[in-house]
Write a protein that binds this ligand. Sequence first.
Ligand code: AMP
Length: 396
Amino acid sequence: MKNIDNYTFSGKKVLIRVDFNVPLDGNFNVTDNTRIAASVPTIKKVLNGGGAVILMSHLGRPKVGFENKFSLKHIVSETEKLIGQPVKFAPDCIGKEAVELSENLKPGEVLLLENLRFYPQETSGDIDFSKKLASLGNVYINDAFGTAHRAHASTTIIAQFFPNDKMFGYLIEKEIFSVSKVLKEGVSPITAIVGGAKVSSKIIILEQLLNKVNNIIIGGGMAYTFAKAMGGNVGSSLVETDFLQTARDILAQANSKNVNILLPEDTVAADQFSNEANIQLFDTNSIADSWMGMDIGNKAIKSFTSCIENSKTILWNGPVGVFEMENFENGTKAIAIAVANATQKGAFTLVGGGDSVAAVNKFKLSDKVSHVSTGGGAMLEYLEGKELPGIAAIME
Ligand code: AMP
């Protein structure tokens, strides 16, 4: 299969689907350029190989047609700064001007197309729109993992026009490699840490993990549905009563598959959902009425940390407490540190598919783990074992 490292880009016009969906302030300044910076290695690889680059992206969720606040013209100068060279701009992603600009593009030059989502045909995956985009280049690279779970024109449908000249960029390659390192080639002991608010949004991933891992650590709001399902008193903690049986089924499956499930022994609870609330520590199975579990306690931190630090492969999806509030961040911080320590001891560690990404960033540990995924929803679906259309379209 062709890939970005073995392909000859010399003289080619290379369409790259990037994720430049960056936040802008009221004056249209880029407030966080992480996503643009992340795509630089792929862009540079093509330019250094003698190709010309045509960048395509979406920005925000425009309704129909042009909306100034969603125009990619606002990010031209930030892109120029990060790539270190001028970037041309096509004020319409298809049509006469885009065709002329791409025809006149010379090797080593970069052209950015206007927001693809100014056309509803982008998200509907329209074939004619895809064909028009495809006509601008002769190679297609998908490097936008965050939209790989959507069969949009620029992420999926376009690929069929490049049967022999389509490939992943470095960002997607790393996401695929990281998931494969955990779910296909994981070295035991393999531990998944699954947290976040609700069981309902994590059922498929939990069921998938039961066939792949040795330990599952369950934290966050979802732990209380499990605790209640086993007969515990969880006070006014978040509980999804419709999912009590699901929780029991997952525990039974884990038992029959020899997967060790770790639930938090103790809980830091609050008398209201607020950082200013009164705080009390309880055993997770006997939380007093009107108190709600907000974070894992010290006993849980100890046993979770020990499990994590003895693992060789770790997947972390979702915080184990309401880490956005300073008084309830301890547990999630301890998990982040344990995952970083395990990485240092040689474990492969992947953080992705939930707010755990925000957590490792908050605790400034993102460069101390093996991989932090850039694609929230896409990563969750990928970990659930679903085929992502944007990935399948390149593999086909
Ligand atoms: P997710 O997007 O599934 O990773 O869920 C993340 C959210 O779960 C975060 O906003 C956390 O504040 C929330 N969360 C974590 N622990 C709890 C808890 N004990 N009770 C309520 N929400 C929680």
